[in-house]
Design a protein around this ligand. Sequence first.
Ligand code: CO
Length: 496
Amino acid sequence: MQNLPIKERFAVPVSEVPYERNDWKKGYESQPNEYDYWIEDIEGEIPADLKGTLFRNGPGLLEVNGQRIHHPFDGDGMISAIAFNDGRAHFQNRFVRTEGYLKEQQAGKILYRGVFGTQKPGGWLANAFDVQLKNIANTNIIYWGDKLLALWEAAEPHRLDPKTLETLGKDYLDGVLESGSAFAAHPRIDPCCEQNGGEPVLVNFAIKPGLSTTISIYEFDQAGKLLRSHARSVPGFAFIHDFAITPNYCIFFQNPVSFNPIPFVLGVRGAGECVKFQANKPTLIVVIPRNSQEPVQILETQSGFVFHHANAFEQDGKICIDSICYESFPEVEPNSDFRQVDFDAIAPGQLWRFTLDLTEQSVQRQLLENRCCEFPFVHPKHAGRPYRYLFMGAAHRESGNAPLQAILKLDVTTGEEQLWSAAPQGFISEPIFIPRPNASQEDDGWVLTLVYNAGYHRSDVVILDGRDLNQGPVARLHLKHHIPYGLHGSWTPNVF
Ligand code: CO
């Protein structure tokens, strides 16, 4: 079983595939327009006590004036904001006016190379030795310290006006970052940090790659003021997109990949296409104490690739970390079209629990969910703590790799599951769980997700009841247009 090629182990007969490729592909059409309106076309009812703003980020343009970008990760960041108040909802979207977006829109052509293989026209000669990348601000969006920040991991955040989504410029977090500094797109919020008097703290990191990798850790209070920062060096190249926290640790997976920059510098490949998976090497788990006086520990586990972690917690002297793990890195090929991807040739992401014993320096791993899944989300008060319920995007079918069409709720203590699927023509985005005010149960709240529906080529904001996904949406808010498949977002109780 273990040695069969991915295609034979996970493939699903074509007749049973619950979606049409052409439907799925349409969700990658650009959305060049910017809207601002009250949502009127609603099925069901918006819960009266759902109050706040859902912010989403993701590539809004998949081309520049008809010149296609090579990979969606290279698309210009577009922010959507859906504000809920008194049973009503308002929609707004704006592109982040990055320097690159403005210059390319003005020129009407691609001027920058993308990390994931987008090249300027003119072949390798036009691209050789141009290592300047565009800060595309397309990965996540957070509201913290009275600032709305669009994040892209390789450079500084862009600040936006939360009411109008107007771009205010690059933000250096009150002098914490320098020009061009990296700042990851996956901050974590410690809901009650002991070192901050039990108040919430935003923890984030920045990667400086090289022969050895520097990982900087930053912790900010609710006003956005830096509380602590420290930088640690780990051996080797690291491609790290996300991390997990517990009250005492930051945990990183150093996936077994190598980086050969020569084809990138010579202009024949994007930087992301120079990352090669090393199946014969272990994944390294880097455990960095949040207390800067304590040493870093590095543990080994079986080879695999992780983009996203669901959660981590400390229990019985051990650290548990739940992560979506792929058997290998889905490499980006230079002469391929992502719309033609062979899902069966790529291993699905699956949820694993890694249990770290720092005393014994050992790692145990256990499969928690076999179904293809991504974009895990837990109750915000349980971040870094023991938890029971996990919400994730998932494939419609139990086996095989496929686009995300369903929202899966997993009880990690019993293995019990609930599922709501938007198949055959619906394709979901990251689910965000919002606790109901004064709720006492961990799953008492709403799950919000954007669903692209190929049947009418528009997107819906879908609201599910976290206690029972099986019953289907509480409300479905039909937007007047589609939103291309996005990446990450967040919720704030502030109504903008
Ligand atoms: Co991510």
